[in-house]
Design a protein around this ligand. Structure first.
Ligand SMILES: Nc1ncnc2c1ncn2[C@@H]1O[C@H](COP(=O)(O)OP(=O)(O)O)[C@@H](O)[C@H]1O
Ligand SMILES: [Mg+2]
Length: 250
């Protein structure tokens, strides 16, 4: 089982859209896939038409009193399951702090029993750098980091890399940034892409365009490639999935 955290310190950069679309593409490629919606706002759960509620309570799950299996729901798509969000996740750090043993290893521990059931787990992460994020960094094989090509994104990428370098135990974690919501008509976007790609060769080459069709996922309530497979943005997500799948194999 491979685990990916779709993560950014920033909100509104395309984490949830990417999680939902990549999960769909992974499942369509035959991978038994689980999306774990960790954001109390529950947007990934919304896209999959699942109520944002953990059966038995998110609290019990995070404290290890309940098994994740009990809370997992099927989606409309074959091989694709969802662990819904829960509003109690807004107090996630307090819940984790109360975990008996290591408060940064809780998520990794919760994943263990799922390792024979799934080939891929994608965390849709809330935008923060917190105890929860540390749990994600410890549980994940890779972090997929959407970057809107702006000066601020460069700064948040540096902050993240700096944090990972400064802490022990994140050496094996692959950081896979990619450009998201790219508007090639904006000189600023093209310039930032050129500059950052030189500075950070680890940035993936697939770029997700700024496209209304991606926004329309909220109306369709399903992954973009499920209802518009020929859309250029669907093609971009497919290219992204190919690169991510390759990076995980390496
Ligand atoms: N490539 C894109 N083009 C246009 N709009 C996008 C794109 N990706 C995401 N959006 C829209 O931007 C908003 C934030 O995206 P979302 O994926 O929810 O980001 P995050 O999870 O990082 O907060 C949503 O309204 C979404 O529909
Ligand atoms: Mg989100």
């Amino acid at each position: 089982m491979k685990t990916i955290g779709v993560y950014s310190i920033k909100g509104g950069v395309g984490k949830t859209s990417s999680t939902v679309n990549l999960a769909y593409l992974a499942a369509a490629a035959g991978k038994r896939t689980l999306v774990w919606d960790l954001d109390p706002q529950g947007a990934a759960s919304f896209y999959f038409r699942v109520k944002p509620k953990v059966k038995g309570g998110g609290r019990g799950l995070l404290r290890g009193r309940r098994r994740p299996d009990d809370a997992i729901k099927g989606t409309d798509f074959e091989l694709l399951d969802l662990l819904p969000a829960d509003f109690s996740y807004r107090n996630m750090d307090i819940l984790l702090e109360a975990a008996k043993k290591r408060p940064t290893g809780q998520l990794k521990r919760l994943l263990k029993p799922l390792s024979t059931e799934y080939d891929l787990v994608l965390f849709d992460c809330p935008p923060s750098i917190s105890l929860m994020s540390e749990n994600i960094f410890r549980a994940a094989d890779a972090l997929l980091v959407p970057l809107i090509p702006s000066t601020l994104s460069a700064r948040t990428l540096h902050q993240l890399l700096e944090f990972l370098r400064s802490e022990d135990g994140f050496g094996a974690l692959k950081v896979l940034p990619f450009f998201s919501m790219v508007d090639t008509d904006r000189a600023m976007h093209s310039e930032t892409i050129d500059r950052l790609s030189t500075e950070h060769p680890e940035i993936l080459s697939a770029r997700i365009p700024l496209a209304q069709d991606v926004e329309r996922m909220g109306l369709h309530r399903m992954p973009l490639p499920a209802y518009a497979p020929a859309n250029p943005a669907s093609g971009a997500y497919r290219a992204l999935w190919d690169e991510v799948a390759n990076a995980l194999r390496a």
